[in-house]
Design a binder for this molecule. Structure first.
Ligand SMILES: Cc1ncc(COP(=O)(O)O)c(C=O)c1O
Length: 393
């Protein structure tokens, strides 16, 4: 008798993970004379958690207090600390009751989507987008609505794009700085979108995971502009704690209890030890700011070198640690182009197809959160490659 399998699992893979596997295989197969593989495919800071976070976790492991479940929304002290962070970074007075600690931003998405939306609801977002938005919504029976964007709106949505939607969507997801383009919604743009959503009964989900990694323009949080927005954030990026799996949400009053009921049933709580480490990470500003300055130097170096290497159509790299390069003029689809770059240059980067089913064949995402020396070496190899390709032609 054939067994039924649920439709929820019938979603595309998160292809970045496949690219990582290909880069691992290439690295494993390389001979002693072959160049080391430079990892520009992954959005994972090269260095791990800051020292203070590791020390706090070590002390918690050695201590007599058992590590167990915490409240579903996290340790009260961590929730207070996160609320305080809104005062420090955004001059926003937030009540700790609105903070929900989650298993990374990834753990926040199903909670947010299930608390805010129903099956069949339409949720808009700009393309290119972070693939799990579409894939999680689809698994939950919700319908992603893709807004076509381009370099002219810095790959970000606008109120005019939303006004043009008929029927109006139930939700909007924004990310600033965003993955893969590294571009931002400037505070007035985010305020405009947040107010429009609130006034039009559209639930805004604002992914602010790359806050802190912004280099030129100021950042703003959607929580400052809309009482109905859900804000998602994480310790994975600025705080460099990907493997600890801890993030948070700022919830609007009406979704606080629904999201808590979901969290209790789906996750019980985020890992206790990760929460202890995360709380300590707020005291590691000096170390984290030094890393941010390093990313900025890598960005500046690549922004100068990549156009000379032939990548002259780059996104406005305002934040996160990504550059989104338009390679459509090369007439080689990005999956093939990336595979060739890995083979010939030992540089791994991510084809745009994961982020934009329609136009992604013409784009490549370079991540620059690796070591600064590696980023400089990548620039050198790409510059040499261009010269070799030109001579070969
Ligand atoms: C835009 C965006 N949101 C969310 C996530 C998920 O982050 P995590 O679950 O590690 O907090 C990522 C990871 O790369 C991301 O780029």
């Amino acid at each position: 008798m054939p067994l039924k399998a649920g439709r929820g699992g019938n979603i595309p893979p998160f292809r970045v993970m496949d690219v990582i596997a290909a880069a691992n295989a290439h690295a494993a197969a390389r001979g002693p004379q072959d160049p080391q593989v430079i990892r520009m495919e992954v959005g994972q800071p090269a260095r791990g958690a800051p020292h203070g976070a590791i020390a706090a976790a070590t002390a918690a492991l050695a201590g007599s207090h058992p590590l167990g479940y915490t409240e579903a929304f996290g340790l009260p002290s961590l929730r207070r600390r996160i609320a305080g962070h809104y005062g420090a970074w955004y001059s926003l007075d937030l009540c700790a009751d609105r903070i929900a600690v989650t298993t990374g931003a990834s753990g926040a998405f199903p909670l947010a989507f299930l608390a805010a939306f129903d099956q069949g609801d339409r949720i808009a977002m700009a393309a290119p987008y972070y693939p799990p938005y579409v894939n999680i919504l689809t698994a939950l029976g919700m319908r992603p609505v893709i807004l076509e964007t381009g370099a002219e709106t810095r790959f970000q949505p606008t109120v005019a794009m939303l006004e043009a939607l008929d029927p109006r969507p139930e939700g909007l997801i924004v990310a600033s700085p965003c993955n893969p383009a590294g571009t931002m919604l400037h505070p007035d743009e985010l305020a405009g979108l947040a107010r429009w959503c609130h006034e039009n009964g559209v639930r805004l989900v604002s992914d602010e995971i790359y806050h802190g990694l912004h280099y030129d323009s100021p950042i703003a949080t959607a929580a400052a502009f809309s009482p109905s927005a859900i804000v998602v954030n994480s310790f994975s990026k600025y705080f460099s704690m990907t493997g600890w799996r801890v993030g948070w949400m700022v919830l609007p009053a009406d979704l606080r209890r629904p999201a808590e009921r979901l969290a209790q049933n789906m996750f019980i709580s985020a890992p206790h030890i990760a929460q202890v480490a995360a709380e300590a990470a707020f005291d590691c500003t000096e170390e984290l700011e030094a890393r941010r300055i390093g990313y900025r130097r890598s960005r500046d170096l690549l922004l100068e070198a990549l156009p000379r290497a032939g990548f002259d159509r780059l996104s406005a790299a305002e934040g996160a640690f990504y550059l989104y390069a338009d390679i459509s003029a090369r007439h080689e689809p990005s999956p093939e182009f990336c595979a060739r770059m890995l083979r010939e240059l030992s540089i791994a980067a991510t084809p745009g197809v994961d982020f934009d089913a329609r136009h992604g064949h013409g784009f490549v995402r370079f991540s620059y959160c690796g070591g600064e020396a590696d980023m400089a070496e990548a620039a050198e190899r790409l510059l040499r490659w261009r010269t070799d390709e030109t001579i070969a032609r």
